[in-house]
Every structure is written in structure tokens, then in C-alpha cells.
Design a protein around this ligand. Structure first.
Ligand code: GLC
Ligand code: CA
Length: 579
């Protein structure tokens, strides 16, 4: 059978992503915690994954769910303690699982001691650790921010600070001031007191948050005006991939190399292959791999992500998006990732498959499992994806949305439209499709109240999905035709066929077909054909007829598919070449 090339461990690895607040609540306070993760390590290992990635569990006032860190060397108390983290790290290793953490160092919380000191006076020793600028004044003498940049969660990227009468930069929330990476003390402290602190405890690597935003255009110019009616403008080109970014990442890598730690960077706004390779080419010694946004950005609004309709994308666009991320390893010394979900994205079944009926939901969840498991690169599975969890019900009101990205947008629409019910309805519809909240609903462990996430009497921080009585780990574990059983099967198959599925070269077929996504994977004279029906009607697989393709697996079961050249609604198949 196929043998995988001898390579770094992380290439042929499946990494399971955990969102601590929503995974498992061990003590009934409604918030997931480290002991909850510890208690489910056997479940995680049973999936056949190699490592876990834990979203930020550091101390934080939680304006952005822990991506606003107030102390890198402490754990958020409701999650546990540093000792609990050590226990978890050791327990993972004892089970043969690796563990990676989120490294969030573009910004801190406004409650971090560094920022408190920085904002205290213009002469404070840490003043230059953050990005401070004086006000500008318009023709009428009105105070204005230093430039027109829009923060990623809306509004100006600058916040006026009364104490010292200057603005500070925050690319995300007001409560997430950006660190000034030009200051060498900031960089040294990040290396030593953040990265090494956790590497010395045994973590195996980092998912590096917003990895291309540390170096901004030093002139801080205005962004081009694309929406003239707005005071702020999209400014990614001025704060992503800035002039010193590669120097900063190389320095980081010097630290990581000493520990042989892996990295996966979150690389937004970098659609070209050359742009990506600058970070992931092995010769550059920067990052091992990145998350590109090609696929997860499909159908999002350009000015505001929520300024879009439901399913505002066509299958050929997804094909070229996939092709772009797959080609990163074709003939290069770079590496890529495969993912369709994370804590910042709505559920893939609702976005790319169908959650209209239970049949379509299960069928498309399995088809997407074939999709992910046959694409090259390091594989990431987000908690709940393996059981086919879907977006929150459309009947849920706006009060169930807790994420700052969602609520800021909704408030903005309310203000700008003067409470116009049609505009608010449109906003909510977009949120029902694309909000980050969907992936943050409690993990569905059982049919019990609160989905077995929290004890039945507790009140979870987010409401459990109404469908947890149908979709849950317990029910699916005991059912050989469940989504969970199918994911496990596919993850095993991925390992078995690693030369093709993990390392193979991707070749897109039939690019313009709007219903069927088909491609080949090739390696050393061997090939497989993957055909995925992205529609709710039967579809023909043109390439198979009259050739020597043999069915390897079908998402609806081999018997159901044998000899039939038509794919059933949402069916996925893999064929092996026998010619
Ligand atoms: C990344 C995280 C996201 C967070 C943002 C700011 O995009 O994945 O959850 O809000 O960075 O830290
Ligand atoms: Ca808890």
C-alpha cells in the first residue's frame, strides 16, 4: 500500500481545533474549561487525529473571546490554571497527541500591564510599546483620527485616549491595542516571556494569529476611499504584509527552531501564490504553513463581510480558490493547509453543503469529509465538524449572537439606518449565514439538555443548538452510518493513501461545471479521481465512463453507488485508477 514520504511530523498530521469556551464544561458554570478538554482526550484520540490546537486560554477580559490577552503567563480563571495546562500538555503527550497553542501578539488587551503603563503618560517607559499618534484637525477645527483606517470589527482603527490626549491604534476592537513591533524590546519580550514561556512547558508549536499584520506602513497614509459615504475605509493593503514583516517572522523562527516547534500562520489578504510562498517556502525559514482565506472568504461582502446575500458564490469560484491553496506545494519547497471551518467561520455544512433537511445535511457533511480528506496539506478539523454540526437555527433572534464582530455590525446598521426594520432584517440574515457565533455554539455531546456540554441545570454561555437531540457524539458513536463514523473512516483512509491525499499533486477537472467538483490527485504514476456533487439533484460523473476507474469509496455507501455513473444529491466519491 501507499507509503508516505519521510517528512516532518506536521505534514502528514490531522490537527483538531478546540475552542475552550465551547468544548466541555466540567464544573457547571456554563463555560468550557481545561478539565473538560482533559476529560475528552480519549474521544479526541479516537478520531485518529495527531494533535490538538487550543484557541487562547490565557487571562483575558474576553472582549474578543480571549484574543485580547491581559497576561500571557496566566490562564483565564474560568478555564483553569497554568498547572492545569501543564497537566493537559503532559496528558496529550502521554497519549501520543501533540498540542499547539494560539500565539496572539499583534495586540494585547487594554488591560495588559504593558498597555496600562504605556497609556499612563507620554514619558512612560512603555509608551513606545504601542502605536500612539497625535490628533489631526479638519478645516472646522474638529479633532480627527490620524488616518481613515477602518478597524476589522468596524469603526475607526484609532481610539482617543484622554489621559495623554493621543490616539492609539487598534486593528481589531477598541480593547485590543496593537503592539509596536518596531520596538526591539517588544519583540524580545514576545520571544522570551510569551513564546519561550510556553515552549518550555512542552507545547509543540503555535497557530500564529494575524501573522502578517505586525508591520504597518510606517507613514500611516490614508487608505483609498472606496466608500465615500463612510468616514472609515478598508485599509488591509496598508497594514498587511508591511515592509518589515519578514524580518519579524524570521526572528520568531529563530526562537522556534531551537525547540523544533511547528507554526501555522493566519494569513489574511494574501491571495497570490508568490505572496504566500514568501512565508512558507522552507528556504525562507519563516513559517511552516499558513491558513489562506481563499475558501473561507467565498461569498463575503468586500466592504463589510455581512454586506452580502446568502450563498453569494458559485462553485467554479470555489474550485479556483482550492486550486490556489493546493498549488502552493506543487514544485515548490512550501507547504499548505486544508480547512473549511474554524472559530471565525460559520459551519461548512450550512455554507457549502445543505442544512435544509436531515438527509441533505448528513449527505453533504460526508461529501465535505471526502473533500477535505483528499486535499493535500496539513489537515485541520474544527470541533463539531466531525459530527456535522450546522449553523444556529434561523428562528434564533439577534440576542443569541454574542460575538463582537456580529454585534458591532448589527449596532452599526441600527444606527446608520435609524432602526430601519428591513435593513436590520437583512443584517440578521447575513449573520445567520456568516457569523462567527455559529462555530461557538456548545459542542453537542449528547441529547441531554445543554447537549451534554454543561450539566442540565447549568446555563451555558451560548445556547445549545436545538438540534442537539439529533446531532450529537453519543448517538453517532454508536451508529456505523453516522457522519462521525464516516469522518473517522475518511481520516484513516487519508493516512493509508497519504502519498496521494496528503502529498499528491492536485489537478482540477471540468472547471466550469457549476454542480460537480471533480479533480485528480497524482503521485508517482498513481492517481485517484474525486467527484463531489455540490447540488441537491443527481449529477453525472463524465470522466468515469468507459475508463478503468474503480470505486474506492462513496459517501452514500459502496453498494448504493456500484455501477451507477450518477452521483446522488450531495454524494462524494473517490475512484482509483486501475489502468
Ligand atoms: C484572528 C482570530 C480571531 C480574532 C482576531 C483578533 O483573526 O482568529 O478570532 O478575533 O484574530 O485577534
Ligand atoms: Ca466550566
Amino acid at each position: 500500500m501507499a507509503s508516505a514520504p519521510a517528512e516532518k511530523w506536521w505534514k502528514n498530521s490531522i490537527i483538531y481545533q478546540i475552542y475552550p469556551a465551547s468544548f466541555k464544561d466540567s464544573n457547571g458554570d456554563g463555560i468550557g474549561d481545561l478539565n473538560g478538554i482533559l476529560s475528552e482526550l480519549d474521544y479526541i484520540a479516537s478520531l485518529g487525529v495527531d494533535a490538538i490546537w487550543i484557541c487562547p486560554m490565557y487571562d483575558s477580559p474576553q472582549y474578543d473571546m480571549g484574543y485580547d490577552i491581559s497576561d500571557y503567563q496566566k490562564v483565564y480563571a474560568p478555564y483553569g490554571t497554568v498547572e492545569d495546562m501543564q497537566t493537559l500538555i503532559d496528558a496529550c503527550h502521554a497519549k501520543g497527541l501533540r498540542i499547539i497553542l494560539d500565539l496572539v501578539v499583534n495586540h494585547t488587551s487594554h488591560e495588559h500591564a504593558w498597555f496600562k503603563e504605556s497609556r499612563s503618560s507620554k514619558t512612560s517607559a512603555k509608551r513606545d510599546w504601542y502605536i500612539w499618534r497625535p490628533a489631526k484637525y479638519d478645516a472646522n477645527g474638529k479633532r480627527c483620527p490620524p488616518n481613515n483606517w477602518r478597524a476589522i470589527f468596524g469603526g475607526s482603527a484609532w481610539e482617543w485616549d484622554e489621559t495623554t490626549e493621543e490616539y492609539y491604534l487598534h486593528l481589531f476592537c477598541v480593547e485590543q491595542p496593537d503592539l509596536n513591533w518596531e520596538n526591539p524590546d517588544v519583540r524580545k519580550t514576545v520571544h522570551k516571556d510569551v513564546m519561550e514561556f510556553w515552549l518550555n512547558k512542552g507545547v509543540d508549536g503555535f497557530r500564529v494569529d494575524t501573522v502578517n499584520m505586525y508591520s504597518k506602513d510606517p507613514a500611516y497614509p490614508d487608505a483609498p476611499v472606496l466608500s465615500p459615504e463612510s468616514e472609515t475605509q478598508v485599509a488591509f493593503s496598508l497594514f498587511c504584509n508591511g515592509p518589515r514583516i519578514h524580518e519579524y517572522i524570521r526572528e520568531m523562527n529563530e526562537v522556534l527552531e531551537k525547540y523544533d516547534a511547528m507554526t501555522v500562520g493566519e494569513l489574511a489578504q494574501t491571495p497570490t501564490m508568490e505572496g504566500v510562498l514568501r512565508y512558507v517556502s522552507a528556504a525562507k525559514k519563516e513559517l511552516n504553513m499558513v491558513f489562506s482565506f481563499d475558501v473561507v472568504d467565498l461569498g463575503m461582502g468586500k466592504d463589510y463581510k455581512f454586506l452580502t446575500g446568502k450563498r453569494n458564490w458559485a462553485l467554479p469560484e470555489m474550485k479556483t480558490a482550492i486550486q490556489r491553496t493546493q498549488n502552493i506545494l506543487n514544485g515548490t519547497d512550501g507547504w499548505t493547509t486544508v480547512f473549511m471551518e474554524n472559530h471565525d467561520q460559520a459551519r461548512s455544512v450550512s455554507r457549502f453543503g445543505s442544512d435544509k433537511t436531515p438527509e441533505a445535511r448528513d449527505a453533504s457533511a460526508k461529501m465535505l469529509a471526502i473533500f477535505q480528506c483528499t486535499l493535500s496539506g496539513t489537515q485541520f478539523v474544527y470541533q463539531g465538524q466531525e459530527i456535522g454540526m450546522v449553523n444556529a437555527p434561523e428562528e434564533w433572534g439577534v440576542e443569541e449572537y454574542k460575538d463582537v464582530d456580529s454585534t458591532n455590525y448589527y449596532h452599526m446598521v441600527r444606527e446608520m439606518s435609524n432602526n430601519d426594520p428591513d435593513k436590520l432584517k437583512e443584517a440578521l440574515q447575513a449573520m445567520q449565514h456568516l457569523a462567527r457565533d455559529h462555530s461557538r455554539l456548545p459542542m453537542q455531546w449528547s441529547a441531554e439538555p445543554n447537549a451534554g456540554f454543561s450539566p442540565p441545570s447549568a446555563k451555558p454561555w451560548m445556547r445549545a443548538h436545538d438540534n442537539h437531540t439529533e446531532i450529537n457524539v453519543q448517538a453517532q458513536n454508536d451508529n456505523s452510518s453516522s457522519v462521525l463514523s464516516f469522518w473517522k473512516k475518511m481520516l484513516r483512509l487519508r493516512k493509508e493513501y497519504a502519498d496521494l491525499f496528503v502529498f499528491g499533486i492536485f489537478e482540477l477537472l471540468d472547471e466550469q461545471n457549476g454542480e460537480v467538483f471533480s479533480y485528480m490527485k497524482k503521485s508517482g504514476g498513481k492517481s485517484v479521481l474525486v467527484a463531489l456533487n455540490f447540488s441537491d439533484t443527481p449529477q453525472k460523473v463524465e470522466q468515469v465512463e468507459g475508463r478503468g476507474w474503480e470505486l474506492l469509496i462513496s459517501s452514500v455507501g459502496e453498494e448504493a453507488s456500484a455501477g451507477d455513473a450518477n452521483l446522488q444529491p450531495w454524494e462524494g466519491r473517490i475512484y482509483e485508477a486501475s489502468f
